[in-house]
Write a protein that binds this ligand. Structure first.
Ligand SMILES: C[S@@+](CC[C@H](N)C(=O)[O-])C[C@H]1O[C@@H](n2cnc3c(N)ncnc32)[C@H](O)[C@@H]1O
Length: 194
């Protein structure tokens, strides 16, 4: 989807994603000491805003003007930047770079992940969470196009220069009509050498 299509999707609802951070972002990053962070393809900023509230100095980049404007209205504590993650360049390095549920064909995702990893401070962390390819057959919700779904092994291959903190398929509970079902997400955390 291009930025115009994403803008249209955002306009269909007052809030497209939850106000709360992603479950695994909150669980894994809650105990991490704050620093300078980037939420890449941030959407309305649920994760960036939550991190900023915990002391992180956050930049949030997304090419949807509707989503970034919404984020700006919700938090003055995050620098929301409307820009394309394929081409945007930072002016600083980061202690944390988060990419959550950015679904692109593998060659484009690789480009984004490699660029992001190159902006890490020594000892900084890249945190990747997205719908796993196995979610189509064994999970719930999310895009149903295998070519844009994530695979832990591929992410690890791209990040082979980094130290792996965690890499696995995780189950995320969803409430569907009062019943708990599970989505399957690929979660990879890796650290740049100090
Ligand atoms: C499924 S949403 C996830 C948003 C957010 N990361 C979250 O977890 O709430 C995917 C986001 O990626 C953004 N996006 C997709 N392609 C992009 C690109 N090339 N540059 C910047 N943002 C992009 C969309 O605008 C959308 O906000």
């Amino acid at each position: 989807m291009n930025s115009t299509e994403w803008d249209e999707r955002y306009r269909e609802a007052d809030r497209l994603w939850s106000a709360e951070p992603n479950l695994f972002v909150a669980d894994r990053l809650g105990p991490v000491d704050p620093g300078v962070g980037l939420d890449f393809a941030s959407g309305e900023g649920r994760n960036a805003i939550w991190l900023a509230e915990r002391g992180w100095s956050m930049t949030a980049v997304d090419f949807s003007e509707v989503a970034t404007e919404r984020g700006r209205e919700r938090s003055k504590g995050v620098d929301f930047v409307p820009a394309d993650v394929m081409t945007w360049e930072p002016s600083q390095a980061f202690d944390l770079i988060l990419i959550a549920y950015l679904h692109l064909v593998a060659s484009d995702l690789e480009h984004v992940v490699l660029r992001a990893a190159s902006w890490l401070e020594a000892g900084g962390e890249i945190f990747l969470i997205g719908h796993d390819r196995s979610n189509i057959e064994r999970g719930h919700g999310g895009p149903q196009v295998p070519e844009i779904l994530w695979q832990v092994d591929l992410l690890l291959e791209w990040l082979s220069d980094l130290e792996v903190i965690e890499a696995q398929v995780v189950r995320r509970p969803l409430d569907v009509e009062g019943e708990t079902v599970f989505a399957r997400d690929a979660l990879v955390r890796a650290r740049a050498s100090s």
